[in-house]
Ligand binder design. Structure first.
Ligand SMILES: *Cc1c(COP(=O)(O)O)cnc(C)c1O
Length: 221
């Protein structure tokens, strides 16, 4: 099967109200262009600033680029002019810097708060306590050029489906708690980005609104 067939199959398996981010990291621009022109795919995800910048420069301007990797503050400026959603906001400091760069671009940058839900050392993200500290801080409410659309998380890389399910349930719980405490009046706080190639079906069962699929579309990296 090629990437077009894999994407079509995936669309059959994913309810139409759930957004599919085609994670194109490490894949050439031509592979993105193919899905863009032949499958009408518009949302692509990248995890490296330089790679995203280079692809953005040569690909159609109506692609919605989602940034899904760890973002260093000194690199925000390169994607601030065009990024559609930064899914991987993992600190208050980063969010304040995104706000600064968004202000310079005279735009509001949509963001998700990334939560740490896995039992692995390496994964980035807020704990619930850290998120509360930020959301309770008056300075947070002065950030006029970012818009928090929801949460994102990655489950542990494991074959234990029950563990993965438990971690997604945790993320859904965080979403609901934060929504009721801080965003109850904001319909825009509605996204739960969870689920990748190996676990997206579980994620959808647990309430995902955005799945991020790389190898399941483009093939192995
Ligand atoms: C690479 C990546 C994905 C996609 O992973 P696949 O297993 O290839 O679907 C999703 N989310 C993030 C944050 C990633 O870095």
């Amino acid at each position: 099967m090629n990437s077009i067939d894999r994407l079509n199959k995936l669309r059959d398996a994913v309810p139409s109200n759930i957004k599919i981010v085609a994670v194109s990291k490490t894949k050439p621009a031509a592979s993105i262009e193919l899905l863009y022109s032949k499958s009408g795919q518009r949302i692509f995800g990248e995890n490296k600033v330089q790679e995203l910048e280079a692809k953005h420069e040569i690909l159609p301007t109506d692609i919605e680029w989602h940034f899904i990797g760890h973002l260093q503050t000194n690199k925000i400026k390169y994607i601030a002019p065009f990024v559609s959603l930064i899914q991987s906001v993992d600190s208050f400091r980063l969010l304040r810097e995104i706000n600064k760069e968004a202000l310079k671009q005279n735009r509001i940058i949509p963001c998700l708060l990334q939560f740490y839900i896995a039992s692995e050392e390496a994964k980035y993200g807020f704990s619930l306590e850290e998120a509360f500290l930020m959301l309770d801080n008056n300075l947070f409410h002065e950030l006029s050029n970012i818009s928090i659309k929801g949460v994102m998380g990655m489950a542990t890389y494991t074959n234990d489906k029950q563990q993965i399910r438990t971690e997604f349930k945790t993320l859904l719980g965080y979403f609901e708690l934060i929504k009721s405490r801080y965003f109850a009046q904001e319909n825009d706080f509605c996204e739960i980005s969870m689920g990748m190639t190996d676990d997206y079906l579980i994620a959808i069962e647990e309430g995902s609104t955005i799945v991020r699929i790389g190898s399941g579309i483009f093939g192995e990296r």
